[in-house]
Design a protein around this ligand. Sequence first.
Ligand code: GUN
Length: 301
Amino acid sequence: MAQILDGKAHADRMLAEVKRGVEARVASGKRPPCLAVVLVGDDPASQVYVRGKVKACQETGITSVEHRLSADASQEEVNGLIDRLNADAGVDGILVQLPLPKGLDSKEALHRIAPPKDVDGFHPLNQGLLLEGLPGLRPCTPSAVMNMLKAYGLELKGQRAVVLGRSEIVGKPMALMLLEEHATVTIAHSRTKDLPAVCREADLLVAAVGRPGLVEGSWIKPGAVVVDVGINRVEDLELATRIFAKEPKKLETLKAKGGVLCGDVRFGEAMEVARAVTPVPGGVGPLTIAGLMMNTLQASV
Ligand code: GUN
């Protein structure tokens, strides 16, 4: 049986470290770091994520200020709010929760955030610094995953890493961070030929595609480390019966509640082949928020 990489426990350690950093800053006579969270519209998932971020701020002593705009807000209103937050010396970090409602250009909004306040690490300047291997604000999910892999003492140098997914939020920055640690990195995606064979090469497999249960046990090299970034809600019983063959409890939860959360990897199958696996929930999700708190502290220095 594989080891479970406890993302929640590691996130708690990261949050404790941020809290100590905030306390040291306040002890030196400065105000606490301040994160401005911009939420446009009323997407239920985004509301849940924003609540999680605000709660983590409270736990670490970071001040959070929520700015809500209605779903029919114009691009000018969003841009104007970002401009005001950029100019506000009392704000250290700005987070625009994605996705934005239809009709709004998220790239335009993200590019408008002042790079030193870009705690998501999505601004082209911060992405460029990452590409060059220079310090800057880095995307929260991959940087927190790296933080956890190092804390577990997992060797990356010379290892074959396969990143499944090429998003700007996770896949691409994850690949760059693994490369920086001297892994041999492949980015695979929906058009990759013979995806199972490519995945089977991986000593470290990072799945970030948002496809529930895509990665089967047979895709995993025996003894590999598997990081599952996907957070998907499954409601379809036929799909669930296939992907939860080794997780009867998940199937029961779906039948009882009408839906269940799962990752991109078939966790039960992975547990039989891999050396270590992150669960969903309780794996990468809490790490992302901890990464955001780290970035907000960093942005305040
Ligand atoms: N929506 C989904 N993931 C993210 C993220 O990492 N940052 C922001 N701002 N919105 C998201």
